[in-house]
Design a protein around this ligand. Structure first.
Ligand code: NAD
Length: 485
């Protein structure tokens, strides 16, 4: 039995009753029926959670423990997550409709991520000796304080862990507000913290909607907001944090380009554009390669290769092990995707494949994997994030410079890839594209490589050493040398 019904929050190391009476019903994107329930957090619940995190940071042992002591507890959290890996994947698939075939291989990832951060924290320069012009100093990287984690539904646990693991190894405490669409998996992490004997108040969990999220963002007890979600919400959160001068990192939307130079191999590009692109997480992935920029003279060759790859995709029930593409997370999300498909048609893009609802799937918010060609980069389907299984092929005339200019002509800059048989040329083009992560003849999101956006895709880099840095404040302690410690 999956733990699909929760009636408490995790605050100050206790499972506590909600202060309000509202319930969040989690609707299965496959059956369109209620598949889980959690209490809806209120501002009063958030106040309690922040107070607990504040006390745990200001008076509790966590920030003052050694890296080894914190690491020992976090390794127990990792063990719990490993033991519950398969169950957690099923829970996430249930709440947001992700195909089990795609998600099961990622089951060990939460434990791996926590263990990697523990390893990283052992060699991270929390204390460094420096010689200034006027004297010696220690440069300290102290925990930033109480962190508010606000996460979306599309990769709920992984996106939370990208904040949880580095923040906690650094000595921060946290209040997590997962999305109302997919809050269940965060309960597994809270249970892991409890089982690991984490001190009270270090990790606190209160699910809720955007009003509750905004209350958390504005809270004077919060030192830093770590947000993943839409660019629209990110702008708003950035404004609030800018006003209050609260630290903030923003992981936002994208419209990433897969750029084929004139010598690119379609057999290398097509699988990436399908599996890390239009079908990546059923098209609901921030860094998906959804703009395919190809030489006009070879457009048909690339379209044929992508179509051949798309023909292998199975769309259907995400719990079926053969399914590659599941439903959209919500009815409104499907309506949004369909409105973009309509815009593509009406603005004159050539529909190559898909464009409708898959035959035989009468329940669930499914959309056919869809490909457009002859797309202009300024059309709505090329400029805006669709967040559904829709790819667009944009032909160009001219040389590598033209292709690079099209890739860069976007509000976003999150992911990308350059395809060329010449590594010197391909790498040179990749270096010219203004985006946080770019692959040469490949593309993947690696939880231990820096990840984040240029431009409207966000501020800051999560993952790896850069991700840990996000949860530290630099302090200069003058007049002190290492020998004095
Ligand atoms: P969303 O912005 O609507 O919501 C994300 C989270 O923020 C939810 O928990 C929501 O309740 C909360 N929220 C919304 N408005 C808020 C506000 N004003 N104050 C505080 N909290 C608020 O996004 P979504 O629809 O859940 O997720 C999809 C979006 O997330 C896409 O745009 C996608 O590109 C982006 N995303 C980005 C990354 C990345 O790492 N860059 C990863 C995954 C998803």
């Amino acid at each position: 039995m999956l733990p699909t019904v929760q009636d408490k929050f995790y605050i100050n190391g206790q499972w506590v009753k909600p202060k309000g009476a509202d319930i969040i019903e989690i609707i299965s994107p496959v059956t369109e029926e209620v598949c889980g329930k959690v209490p809806a957090g209120t501002t009063a619940d958030i106040d309690d959670a922040v107070a607990a995190a504040r006390a745990a940071f200001d008076q509790g042992p966590w920030p003052r423990m050694t890296v080894e002591e914190r690491g020992a507890i976090l390794l127990k959290v990792a063990d719990y997550m490993q033991e519950h890996g398969e169950m957690t994947v099923k829970l996430i698939s249930l709440e947001m409709g992700g195909p089990i075939k795609r998600m099961a291989p990622a089951a060990p990832m939460p434990a791996l991520m926590i263990r990697k951060y523990v390893e990283l924290s052992r060699e991270f320069p929390f204390v460094e000796t420096r010689q200034g012009l006027l004297g010696p100093a220690l440069v300290l990287r102290e925990p930033v304080g109480v962190v508010a984690s606000i996460t979306p539904w599309n990769g709920p646990l992984h996106l939370l862990l990208m904040k949880f693991a580095p923040a906690l190894v650094a000595g921060c405490t946290m209040v997590s507000k997962p999305s109302p669409e997919a809050p269940l998996d965060a309960y597994v992490l809270a249970a892991a913290c409890e089982a690991a004997g984490m001190p009270p108040g270090v990790f606190n969990l209160v699910p809720g909607g955007r009003e509750v999220g905004e209350h958390l963002v504005r809270h004077r007890g919060v030192d830093k907001v770590a947000f993943t979600g839409s660019t629209a919400a990110g702008r708003r959160i950035g404004e609030i944090c800018g006003h209050d001068l609260r630290r903030v990192s923003l992981e936002l939307g994208g419209k990433s380009a897969a750029v084929a130079l004139s010598d690119a191999d379609p057999a290398k590009l097509a699988p990436r554009v399908v599996h890390q692109g239009l079908a990546f997480n059923s098209g609901q992935a921030c860094a998906a390669l959804t703009r395919v920029v190809v030489p006009r003279a070879r457009q048909q060759e690339f379209v044929d290769a992508i179509q051949a790859e798309m023909a292998k995709l199975v769309t259907g029930d995400p719990s079926d092990p053969v399914t590659d593409v599941g439903p959209m997370v919500a009815e409104r999300q499907r309506a949004r995707v369909e409105s973009y498909i309509e815009a593509g048609r009406s603005q004159g893009a050539r529909l190559i494949q898909g464009g409708g609802r898959p035959a035989g799937l009468n329940r669930g918010w499914f959309v056919e994997p869809t490909l457009f060609a002859d797309v202009d980069n300024h059309m709505k389907i090329a400029a805006e994030e669709i967040f559904g299984p829709v790819g667009v092929v944009i032909p160009y005339d001219g040389d590598d410079e033209t292709a690079i200019a099209i890739a860069n002509d976007s509000d976003y800059g999150l992911g990308g890839a350059v395809f060329s048989e010449d590594p010197v040329r391909g790498i040179a083009a990749a270096r010219r594209i203004r985006t946080g992560t770019i692959g040469y003849n490949t593309f993947y999101i690696d939880p231990m490589l820096p990840f984040g956006g240029f431009k409207a895709s966000g501020i800051g880099r999560e993952n790896s050493r850069e991700g840990l840095t996000l949860f530290t404040e630099v302090k200069t302690l003058e007049g002190v040398t290492e020998e004095m410690l």
